[in-house]
Design a protein around this ligand. Structure first.
Ligand SMILES: Nc1ncnc2c1ncn2[C@@H]1O[C@H](COP(=O)(O)OP(=O)(O)OP(=O)(O)O)[C@@H](O)[C@H]1O
Ligand SMILES: [Mg+2]
Length: 262
């Protein structure tokens, strides 16, 4: 079997502030395999963003190991793309200049990459607005631009922290569909944080449910093939969809419920 794209082993993180130390995530261990799409759901404050920041190399965990494609990770790297909830586009740069930024920072802004970016902008319907400024675009267009910027450096692993939360429902569904198509076409591995259970079930191969205080993984749900094979909009119509939704809902709703204990 090939190396996992991402391997977390015993990740534990304690935040230390002037008010004391708090255990944010405790002994998180899981792997994500090449091409897999995994979602992380859990109550606010359970450590989802902390975990993504640790994987992206922005926070050094107190304990534990991270491996990306078999290699020790823990430093920011072009192999890992991190898309935050806010789009963080620079208002004074055009869309094209914004999405080129990652390549410029990594010194990779050559002709081949430029063509790849124009191709991505085209795939996401942004070619006509490439010379516009972020404020001239809708929220959905800005999110798509942020996605192009994340994909620009051709990362093997994408970390998406509630990338659709600012969008209206219809745009959100369209973008879910589009992103999944692009990730599958380019065989990317992804870890998505979302508060939307439907989104997690509709997009993922697996859903990890976290609990709070301290943040731990309490449950893992494998999404069955028919739902995985369907697009995110179609998946929501399938008979197997609602039982999965409710299973995750119950896990999130009842903080005392433990696996094997009804
Ligand atoms: N820089 C920090 N310093 C101290 N404590 C922090 C810091 N960042 C996060 N925390 C704490 O760590 C815990 C986990 O926070 P985190 O942002 O990872 O949660 P989350 O699951 O992403 O929540 P949400 O769903 O609201 O985005 C929370 O209790 C939070 O208050
Ligand atoms: Mg968060």
């Amino acid at each position: 079997m090939s190396e996992p794209s991402l391997l977390l082993d015993g990740i534990t993180h304690v935040y230390v502030t002037e008010r004391g130390a708090s255990l944010a995530v405790d002994d998180i261990t899981f792997a994500i395999h090449p091409g897999e799409f995994v979602s992380l759901v859990g109550p606010s404050g359970c450590g989802k963003t902390t975990l993504l920041s640790i994987i992206a190399g922005l926070i050094k965990p107190t304990l534990g190991d991270i491996r990306v494609a078999g290699k020790e990770a823990g430093k920011p790297s072009p192999r890992i793309g991190y898309m935050l909830q806010q789009d963080y586009l620079f208002p004074w740069r055009t869309i094209l200049d914004n999405v080129m930024l990652g390549l410029e920072l990594h010194g990779k802004a050559d002709d081949t990459r430029r063509k790849w970016i124009l191709h991505l902008l085209d795939e996401l319907g942004l070619l006509p607005v490439r010379d516009s400024y972020p404020h001239q675009l809708s929220g959905g267009m800005r999110q798509r631009a942020a996605l192009v910027r994340t994909l620009a450096t051709e990362p093997d692993l994408l970390l998406l922290d509630e990338p659709f939360s600012a969008l209206d429902y219809q745009t959100r569904l369209q973008l879910e569909e589009l992103i999944l198509d692009i990730l599958k076409a380019h065989k990317k591995t992804a870890l998505l944080v979302t508060h939307d259970i439907s989104e997690a079930v509709a997009m993922s191969d697996r859903v990890l449910v976290m609990e709070r205080g301290p943040g731990r993984i309490r449950h893992e749900i494998r999404i069955p093939d028919p739902i995985r094979a369907a697009g995110p909009i179609e998946a929501r119509e399938l008979t197997g969809f609602h039982p999965l939704f409710h299973e995750i809902w119950r896990e999130l709703e009842d903080p005392d419920r433990k696996e094997g204990r009804p």
